[in-house]
Design a protein around this ligand. Structure first.
Ligand SMILES: [Zn+2]
Length: 348
């Protein structure tokens, strides 16, 4: 579950609308301060936002919309070569510095970025240096940064990301306007979790205890999402190799299996297994039609997806997908859980 592997742009970041709109306008009008602190609790999207700023500054196909649908008049496309390289961490002009294994950011590292920022960007319009967990900078590295933050080269932007801005030297803080990220609303977190395959009520339960942090919520639910997908995969594989109805029904037992140590009801569990199946079948369809496979939702289980493509790559996949859809509706309308599970495996 790698949150950072998502393509980001302002419009795809959860929450923080006012703050993102401010950044979007500043990039558009070229009025972004050259050094900034993004402060706020862990796991709310500070680093993603810094990456979105880097994209907006360098995207090849920036969209300028008169009446923006997304609420942002100026945003990166999120999909061009520059945007994707920035997210993958391989753009030469967008540097992310983070603490090493021992939790500190070393002096050499800081000297290196200071030296590099004296030169023009290699290929981008602006160099963006993102210092993640900037509170891990010791006093000497902060002093080493100070001069650059004071007189930043015009082609560079520095963004210091931190949950503990008070750990930064007052001299550093006084040179960097601070944007405060607030905890996210539970509704926003639940929406993200549902998109990842949790049922509505599971998502709400996890979101309620996540302290406004998507990072924390994803961590709490990662085990369950992975387990639900394992079960979904086994049920699909079982159905594809067993034609006989009696044996098919055995597959339904998997679907009814308990996952995780949570107290979610049977109905929720079966629903999340079904949603995981739908997600796998959508990917199978992508592979079968040779559509752009960067859009796979489950790229990490690609070999399994390819095996399933032999059975579900055509019309049968579409029928199975629609059966799962009907089963989810039936569960929603309080149909018997076992009945729904039996019915759906017969229609895969
Ligand atoms: Zn782009």
């Amino acid at each position: 579950m790698d949150y950072d592997s998502l393509v980001v742009s302002f419009s795809q970041i959860t929450g923080h609308r006012r703050l993102l709109a401010l950044l979007s306008r500043s990039v558009e009008h070229d009025s972004l301060p050259p050094s900034l602190v993004f402060a706020g609790p862990a796991g709310v999207g500070k680093r993603l936002t810094a990456l979105a700023v880097a994209q907006a500054l360098n995207c090849l196909e920036v969209s300028r919309v008169q009446a923006p649908v997304s609420g942002f008049g100026f945003d990166a496309c999120g999909t061009c070569a520059v945007c994707t390289r920035i997210v993958r961490g391989v753009h030469p002009d967008v540097v992310v510095v983070a603490p090493d294994d021992r939790g500190s950011i070393r002096m050499e590292h800081v000297r290196d970025i200071v030296d590099r920022s004296a030169y023009r960007p290699f290929e981008g319009r602006r160099r963006v240096v993102i210092i993640d967990d900037a509170d891990a900078l010791g006093i000497p590295p902060q002093h080493a940064l100070l001069k650059t933050l004071e007189e930043p080269p015009s082609s560079s932007v520095f963004i210091l990301v931190t949950a503990r801005p008070d750990m930064l030297l007052p001299t550093v803080r006084s040179r960097c306007p601070q944007l405060r990220f607030r905890p996210l609303a539970a509704d926003d977190i639940a929406t993200v979790l549902v998109a990842r395959g949790l049922s509505e009520s599971e998502a709400r339960a996890v979101a309620a205890t996540a302290d406004g942090s998507i990072g924390q919520a994803l961590e709490a639910s990662a085990g369950e999402l992975v387990e639900a997908r394992d079960i979904a995969q086994r049920v699909l594989e079982y159905a594809s190799s067993n034609r006989e109805p009696g044996r098919r029904i055995d597959g339904a037992k998997e679907l009814l299996a308990k996952t995780g140590a949570t107290s979610f009801g049977d109905r929720d569990q079966v629903a999340s297994h079904l949603r995981a199946m739908a997600s796998l079948l959508r990917d199978v369809e992508v592979l079968a039609t040779r559509a752009d496979d960067r859009t796979l939702a489950n790229p990490d289980v690609r070999p399994a997806l390819e095996r399933l493509t032999q059975t579900y790559g055509g019309e049968r996949g579409i029928r199975a997908f629609s059966a799962i859809d009907q089963a989810l509706v039936a569960l929603d309308r309080n149909a018997g859980v076992k009945l729904v599970a039996d019915w759906v495996v017969l229609h895969l």
